[in-house]
Ligand binder design. Sequence first.
Ligand code: SF4
Length: 258
Amino acid sequence: MATNEALELIASLQGYLRDLRDTGVEGLPAGSVFPAVRGAVPSLQVEHPPVAAAEPLRTESTIVPVPAVQVGGIDGVRQELGDCRRCGLAATRTNLVFGAGSSAARLVFVGEAPGGDEDQQGIPFVGEAGQLLTKIISAMGFRRDEIYICNVLKCRPPQNRNPHPDEIQQCHPFLLRQLQAIGPEVIVALGTFAAQTLLRTKEPISKLRGVFHDYHGIALMPTFHPAYLLRNAGMKREVWEDMQKVMKRLGVEPPAKR
Ligand code: SF4
């Protein structure tokens, strides 16, 4: 098999395994057929079904101890992180991807880790999934510079593999302090990994999404990762329903259709 074909097959298999994980399946189902060919990605359908009534925060998730209040705001967190070499990902990254957006954002999106494009540019969510996230943000009536976007891990795992526990342990405290410095009204956790890490749970994203959880007093809405939507366009309606609940909590209306 040619090298390019092998790389494409590995990338496609990784996507399939992530799809399984995002739907709560931990291993390959018996007799499963690997979908070598994936469908084309339709554009984001922005529909406006009635907004569900605001739900109270779920508080059954284990609450992570609140770190000490930091001085210096988000710039202070970035300064302390520095040229971080606290875990092995420092050896393989091109750029550390700290986060981007407003330090006074009312809304923060948290993903899993930088991918290839993000690693090259040092900016979160700039690849294909990032472009879809930008569409979602626009559909909600925000610009990217009005909200904040970051990841649980700030350096790219090689070949976009799943983060290792020691990497999370080293990097997660900085995410906590980032969120604490910004103090948003709502956090959206994108995908299984971000939701499970922030909420300290093993529940799959399919069960966590759609309701607000409590994260140190901040409303946290888990939803599917944009990369998952690129492979499963049929789940966009669920994500839009989740985002409508976020908009309702923030008291914002989507921009009028043209
Ligand atoms: S992933 Fe986080 S802890 Fe590891 S080197 Fe990068 S910034 Fe440091």
